[in-house]
Design a binder for this molecule. Structure first.
Ligand code: ZN
Ligand code: ZN
Ligand code: ZN
Length: 121
């Protein structure tokens, strides 16, 4: 079940006006730290994640929520993440691997560039 856990990455784009929905199983779960303690701030997701094939899927586990999201419930950040302002970092939707491999490689490159600070060129 959690074989991909280490591969999960979050979208982190600028959140829009769409509320992030989760399935009944993830109801009350913080999308950042998986805590069920003190849900505090409503989750907003970015434009891209509120459209297309993603809009009726749970933002944390990608469970199908029905054609009109009828089994979806709004997601909340826990108090701890709000305190640390993690809810301001961007769209918390879990975007799965595979299609985003290139994005991950890009991120790694960015990291590498940062740490070598141009020494290679
Ligand atoms: Zn879920
Ligand atoms: Zn949290
Ligand atoms: Zn997003």
């Amino acid at each position: 079940m959690s074989r991909h856990q280490y591969d999960l990455i979050q979208c982190m784009k600028q959140p829009g006006k769409s509320v992030g929905l989760v399935c009944p199983q993830c109801d009350g779960k913080c999308p950042i730290c998986d805590s069920f303690v003190k849900p505090t701030a409503k989750v907003y997701i970015c434009h891209d994640c509120s459209l297309g094939h993603l809009y009726n899927k749970c933002i944390t586990c990608s469970n199908y929520l029905g054609d009109n999201c009828e089994s979806g419930v709004p997601a909340y950040y826990c108090l701890e993440c709000v305190r640390q302002e993690k809810h301001r970092e961007g769209c918390p939707r879990i975007v799965n691997i595979g299609s985003l491999k290139s994005d991950m490689i890009f991120r790694k490159k960015k990291e590498a560039t940062k740490s070598t600070n141009g020494l290679l060129r």
